[in-house]
Design a protein around this ligand. Structure first.
Ligand code: ZN
Length: 102
């Protein structure tokens, strides 16, 4: 991986290659299917009643306890304390994506 910034197409492909629900489950969050999508206990605050929601079709998560949400890149940034570029690199590696010339 070089320091060349990711372009919009690469970011799109990285999102496509890393389904949010898979990445959330890999982080250890048990997700349960509901009529509105997937729900589980938030990894960002302590709770017994699940308020962490994942909408796979939109690739979006939201926690009603934290009042925070985002996409798969935001989830990785928050769980791993990474910057935007490092989160993209992590997800590219996770999906086995290689960049031109590397
Ligand atoms: Zn939360």
């Amino acid at each position: 991986m070089t320091g060349v910034p990711f372009d919009d197409r690469e970011i799109f492909l990285i999102r496509e290659a890393n389904p949010l629900a898979d990445v959330v489950r890999e982080h250890g969050v048990a997700l349960t299917e509901t009529e509105h999508g997937l729900t589980g206990c938030c990894p960002f605050h302590t709770e017994n009643v699940p308020s962490f929601h994942v909408t796979p079709a939109r690739g979006y998560w939201y926690c009603f306890g934290c009042a925070e949400g985002g996409d798969v890149i935001g989830f990785v940034r928050k769980t791993r304390s990474l910057g935007f570029m490092d989160a993209l690199r992590f997800l590219a590696d996770r999906a086995g994506l290689t960049r031109g010339g590397e």
